[in-house]
Design a protein around this ligand. Structure first.
Ligand code: ADP
Ligand code: MG
Length: 251
Protein backbone atom coordinates (compact mmCIF):
# COMPACT_ATOMS: atom_id res chain seq x y z
CA UNK A 1 0.00 0.00 0.00
CA UNK A 2 1.06 3.55 -0.70
CA UNK A 3 2.13 5.99 2.02
CA UNK A 4 -0.20 8.99 2.03
CA UNK A 5 0.90 10.76 5.19
CA UNK A 6 4.29 10.79 6.84
CA UNK A 7 5.30 12.39 10.13
CA UNK A 8 9.09 12.69 10.26
CA UNK A 9 10.64 13.30 13.69
CA UNK A 10 7.93 15.74 14.73
CA UNK A 11 8.32 17.78 17.91
CA UNK A 12 6.24 20.71 19.07
CA UNK A 13 6.83 23.10 21.94
CA UNK A 14 4.18 25.67 22.81
CA UNK A 15 5.67 29.03 23.67
CA UNK A 16 3.83 31.47 25.88
CA UNK A 17 5.18 34.56 27.64
CA UNK A 18 5.90 32.67 30.85
CA UNK A 19 6.17 29.01 29.86
CA UNK A 20 7.44 26.58 27.33
CA UNK A 21 5.42 23.39 27.12
CA UNK A 22 6.85 20.51 25.15
CA UNK A 23 3.72 18.80 23.84
CA UNK A 24 5.13 16.35 21.27
CA UNK A 25 8.56 14.77 21.21
CA UNK A 26 10.05 13.12 18.15
CA UNK A 27 7.04 11.33 16.67
CA UNK A 28 7.53 9.45 13.40
CA UNK A 29 4.77 7.61 11.63
CA UNK A 30 3.71 6.53 8.15
CA UNK A 31 0.05 6.17 7.27
CA UNK A 32 -1.11 4.38 4.14
CA UNK A 33 -3.77 5.53 1.77
CA UNK A 34 -7.14 4.20 2.94
CA UNK A 35 -6.02 3.33 6.47
CA UNK A 36 -8.16 4.01 9.53
CA UNK A 37 -5.90 5.05 12.42
CA UNK A 38 -6.80 5.85 16.01
CA UNK A 39 -4.66 7.82 18.43
CA UNK A 40 -5.12 7.12 22.14
CA UNK A 41 -3.26 8.35 25.19
CA UNK A 42 -3.69 10.24 28.46
CA UNK A 43 -5.47 13.57 28.49
CA UNK A 44 -3.07 16.39 27.59
CA UNK A 45 -0.52 14.12 25.87
CA UNK A 46 -0.69 16.02 22.58
CA UNK A 47 -3.32 14.22 20.48
CA UNK A 48 -5.10 17.37 19.30
CA UNK A 49 -1.70 18.98 18.75
CA UNK A 50 -0.77 16.20 16.31
CA UNK A 51 -4.01 16.66 14.37
CA UNK A 52 -3.49 20.43 14.24
CA UNK A 53 -0.03 19.92 12.74
CA UNK A 54 -1.35 17.48 10.13
CA UNK A 55 -4.05 20.02 9.23
CA UNK A 56 -1.37 22.70 8.83
CA UNK A 57 -2.88 24.82 11.62
CA UNK A 58 0.27 24.46 13.77
CA UNK A 59 3.81 24.23 12.47
CA UNK A 60 6.06 21.61 14.12
CA UNK A 61 8.97 23.09 16.08
CA UNK A 62 11.12 20.50 14.37
CA UNK A 63 10.56 17.73 11.87
CA UNK A 64 8.23 17.71 8.91
CA UNK A 65 4.91 16.37 7.75
CA UNK A 66 4.43 15.11 4.22
CA UNK A 67 1.17 14.44 2.40
CA UNK A 68 1.68 12.64 -0.89
CA UNK A 69 5.36 13.49 -0.57
CA UNK A 70 4.77 17.24 -0.21
CA UNK A 71 5.63 19.16 2.95
CA UNK A 72 2.57 20.56 4.75
CA UNK A 73 3.29 24.27 5.15
CA UNK A 74 -0.16 25.81 5.38
CA UNK A 75 -3.78 24.87 6.01
CA UNK A 76 -4.62 22.49 3.22
CA UNK A 77 -7.82 21.23 1.61
CA UNK A 78 -6.15 17.81 1.49
CA UNK A 79 -7.28 17.53 5.08
CA UNK A 80 -10.80 17.71 6.53
CA UNK A 81 -11.38 18.20 10.25
CA UNK A 82 -14.36 16.96 12.28
CA UNK A 83 -14.71 17.95 15.91
CA UNK A 84 -16.59 16.81 19.00
CA UNK A 85 -19.22 19.49 18.43
CA UNK A 86 -20.61 19.23 14.93
CA UNK A 87 -20.31 23.01 14.46
CA UNK A 88 -23.28 23.12 12.11
CA UNK A 89 -24.70 26.59 11.55
CA UNK A 90 -28.13 26.46 13.20
CA UNK A 91 -29.62 29.22 11.03
CA UNK A 92 -28.69 27.49 7.76
CA UNK A 93 -30.45 24.49 6.24
CA UNK A 94 -28.74 21.09 5.86
CA UNK A 95 -28.10 21.84 2.21
CA UNK A 96 -26.68 25.31 2.90
CA UNK A 97 -24.46 23.83 5.61
CA UNK A 98 -22.90 21.27 3.29
CA UNK A 99 -22.48 23.85 0.50
CA UNK A 100 -20.47 26.22 2.74
CA UNK A 101 -17.05 24.76 1.92
CA UNK A 102 -17.50 24.67 -1.87
CA UNK A 103 -18.86 28.22 -1.73
CA UNK A 104 -15.90 29.59 0.23
CA UNK A 105 -13.44 27.74 -2.01
CA UNK A 106 -15.22 28.81 -5.22
CA UNK A 107 -15.84 25.11 -5.91
CA UNK A 108 -12.12 24.47 -6.45
CA UNK A 109 -11.49 20.69 -6.14
CA UNK A 110 -14.83 20.28 -4.36
CA UNK A 111 -17.54 17.71 -4.92
CA UNK A 112 -20.22 18.70 -7.41
CA UNK A 113 -23.79 19.48 -6.38
CA UNK A 114 -24.94 16.18 -7.81
CA UNK A 115 -22.31 14.19 -5.88
CA UNK A 116 -23.36 15.99 -2.71
CA UNK A 117 -27.01 15.21 -3.37
CA UNK A 118 -26.16 11.58 -3.88
CA UNK A 119 -24.20 11.51 -0.61
CA UNK A 120 -27.23 12.97 1.17
CA UNK A 121 -29.55 10.34 -0.21
CA UNK A 122 -27.04 7.49 0.18
CA UNK A 123 -26.64 8.33 3.87
CA UNK A 124 -30.27 8.72 4.82
CA UNK A 125 -30.71 12.48 4.58
CA UNK A 126 -32.87 12.92 1.51
CA UNK A 127 -35.98 14.88 2.35
CA UNK A 128 -34.01 16.81 5.00
CA UNK A 129 -32.16 19.18 2.65
CA UNK A 130 -34.25 22.14 3.80
CA UNK A 131 -34.38 21.15 7.48
CA UNK A 132 -32.48 23.15 10.09
CA UNK A 133 -29.90 21.28 12.23
CA UNK A 134 -32.15 21.49 15.33
CA UNK A 135 -34.74 19.36 13.53
CA UNK A 136 -32.26 16.47 13.20
CA UNK A 137 -31.23 13.67 15.57
CA UNK A 138 -27.67 13.64 16.97
CA UNK A 139 -26.71 10.92 14.52
CA UNK A 140 -28.10 12.80 11.52
CA UNK A 141 -26.25 15.94 12.59
CA UNK A 142 -22.95 14.05 12.65
CA UNK A 143 -23.64 12.62 9.19
CA UNK A 144 -24.35 16.13 7.87
CA UNK A 145 -21.15 17.32 9.51
CA UNK A 146 -19.18 14.52 7.82
CA UNK A 147 -20.75 15.19 4.41
CA UNK A 148 -19.91 18.88 4.84
CA UNK A 149 -16.29 17.86 5.44
CA UNK A 150 -16.35 15.46 2.47
CA UNK A 151 -17.67 18.26 0.23
CA UNK A 152 -14.15 19.67 0.10
CA UNK A 153 -12.94 16.31 -1.17
CA UNK A 154 -10.14 15.88 1.40
CA UNK A 155 -7.74 12.95 1.20
CA UNK A 156 -7.45 12.69 4.96
CA UNK A 157 -10.16 13.06 7.57
CA UNK A 158 -9.18 14.09 11.08
CA UNK A 159 -11.73 13.23 13.74
CA UNK A 160 -11.13 14.72 17.19
CA UNK A 161 -13.33 12.86 19.67
CA UNK A 162 -16.31 13.35 17.35
CA UNK A 163 -18.64 11.01 19.24
CA UNK A 164 -17.93 11.93 22.84
CA UNK A 165 -20.94 14.24 23.20
CA UNK A 166 -23.40 11.55 22.07
CA UNK A 167 -25.26 9.20 24.42
CA UNK A 168 -24.02 5.59 24.38
CA UNK A 169 -26.74 4.11 22.17
CA UNK A 170 -26.46 6.90 19.57
CA UNK A 171 -22.67 6.74 19.69
CA UNK A 172 -22.64 3.07 18.66
CA UNK A 173 -24.83 3.65 15.65
CA UNK A 174 -23.07 6.87 14.61
CA UNK A 175 -19.69 5.12 14.82
CA UNK A 176 -21.08 2.50 12.48
CA UNK A 177 -22.48 5.07 10.03
CA UNK A 178 -19.39 7.28 9.97
CA UNK A 179 -17.12 4.25 9.57
CA UNK A 180 -19.18 2.97 6.64
CA UNK A 181 -19.16 6.37 4.94
CA UNK A 182 -15.39 6.77 5.35
CA UNK A 183 -14.75 3.25 4.02
CA UNK A 184 -17.09 3.49 1.07
CA UNK A 185 -15.73 6.91 0.09
CA UNK A 186 -12.22 5.36 0.41
CA UNK A 187 -10.87 8.07 2.70
CA UNK A 188 -7.94 7.87 5.08
CA UNK A 189 -8.96 8.68 8.64
CA UNK A 190 -7.25 9.58 11.90
CA UNK A 191 -9.47 9.38 14.95
CA UNK A 192 -8.54 10.74 18.36
CA UNK A 193 -10.47 9.00 21.10
CA UNK A 194 -10.22 8.03 24.74
CA UNK A 195 -12.76 5.26 24.24
CA UNK A 196 -10.83 1.98 23.96
CA UNK A 197 -13.78 0.09 22.47
CA UNK A 198 -14.31 2.79 19.87
CA UNK A 199 -10.65 2.61 18.80
CA UNK A 200 -10.78 -1.19 18.48
CA UNK A 201 -14.10 -1.26 16.68
CA UNK A 202 -13.04 1.26 14.01
CA UNK A 203 -9.28 1.07 13.41
CA UNK A 204 -6.72 -0.77 11.34
CA UNK A 205 -4.00 0.44 13.71
CA UNK A 206 -4.02 2.16 17.08
CA UNK A 207 -1.22 4.56 18.01
CA UNK A 208 -0.66 4.64 21.77
CA UNK A 209 1.01 7.78 23.08
CA UNK A 210 2.86 8.29 26.36
CA UNK A 211 1.92 11.10 28.71
CA UNK A 212 3.17 14.60 27.78
CA UNK A 213 5.44 15.20 25.98
CA UNK A 214 3.71 12.71 23.71
CA UNK A 215 5.89 10.06 22.11
CA UNK A 216 4.79 6.83 20.49
CA UNK A 217 4.64 4.14 23.18
CA UNK A 218 3.36 1.38 20.95
CA UNK A 219 1.38 0.70 17.79
CA UNK A 220 -1.28 -2.02 17.83
CA UNK A 221 -2.46 -3.66 14.62
CA UNK A 222 -6.14 -4.55 14.66
CA UNK A 223 -6.89 -7.38 12.32
CA UNK A 224 -10.55 -8.13 11.79
CA UNK A 225 -12.17 -9.47 8.64
CA UNK A 226 -12.56 -6.44 6.32
CA UNK A 227 -16.29 -7.07 5.96
CA UNK A 228 -17.06 -6.54 9.64
CA UNK A 229 -18.62 -3.25 10.70
CA UNK A 230 -17.75 -1.61 14.04
CA UNK A 231 -20.87 -3.19 15.56
CA UNK A 232 -19.93 -6.64 14.23
CA UNK A 233 -16.43 -6.27 15.63
CA UNK A 234 -17.82 -5.66 19.12
CA UNK A 235 -19.37 -9.11 19.20
CA UNK A 236 -16.35 -10.86 17.65
CA UNK A 237 -14.25 -13.04 20.02
CA UNK A 238 -11.06 -11.13 19.03
CA UNK A 239 -12.53 -7.93 20.43
CA UNK A 240 -12.02 -8.91 24.08
CA UNK A 241 -8.43 -9.87 23.48
CA UNK A 242 -7.66 -6.51 21.85
CA UNK A 243 -9.51 -4.76 24.66
CA UNK A 244 -7.39 -6.46 27.30
CA UNK A 245 -4.15 -5.73 25.40
CA UNK A 246 -4.98 -2.07 24.89
CA UNK A 247 -6.17 -1.68 28.48
CA UNK A 248 -2.81 -3.01 29.69
CA UNK A 249 -0.89 -0.71 27.34
CA UNK A 250 -2.70 2.28 28.79
CA UNK A 251 -2.06 1.42 32.46
P1 ADP B 1 -4.79 16.19 24.13
O1 ADP B 1 -5.56 16.50 22.91
O2 ADP B 1 -4.00 14.91 24.05
O3 ADP B 1 -5.62 16.20 25.37
P2 ADP B 1 -3.41 18.70 23.52
O4 ADP B 1 -2.76 18.40 22.23
O5 ADP B 1 -4.63 19.52 23.48
O6 ADP B 1 -3.67 17.33 24.33
O7 ADP B 1 -2.37 19.45 24.47
C1 ADP B 1 -1.08 18.91 24.77
C2 ADP B 1 -0.38 19.76 25.82
O8 ADP B 1 -0.10 21.05 25.27
C3 ADP B 1 -1.26 20.01 27.05
O9 ADP B 1 -0.44 19.96 28.17
C4 ADP B 1 -1.80 21.41 26.85
O10 ADP B 1 -1.99 22.05 28.08
C5 ADP B 1 -0.70 22.07 26.03
N1 ADP B 1 -1.27 23.08 25.11
C6 ADP B 1 -2.23 22.84 24.19
N2 ADP B 1 -2.51 23.96 23.48
C7 ADP B 1 -1.70 24.93 23.98
C8 ADP B 1 -1.49 26.33 23.70
N3 ADP B 1 -2.17 26.92 22.71
N4 ADP B 1 -0.56 26.99 24.44
C9 ADP B 1 0.15 26.39 25.40
N5 ADP B 1 0.00 25.08 25.71
C10 ADP B 1 -0.89 24.36 25.04
MG1 MG C 1 -7.62 16.94 22.60
Amino acid sequence: MKTLLELKNISLTYQTLKFETKAIDNVSLKINNGEFISIVGPSGCGKTTILSMIAGILKPTSGEILIDGEVVSKVSTNVGYMFQRDNLFEWLSVYQNIMIGPKINHKKNCLSKSSLNSLLSKYGLSGFEKAKPNELSGGMRQRVSLIRTLALNPKILLLDEPFSALDYQTRLSVQNDIYNIIRSEKKTAILVTHDISEAISMSDRIIILTKRPGTIKNIMTIDFDKKLTPLDRRSNPLFNKYFKDLWEELQ
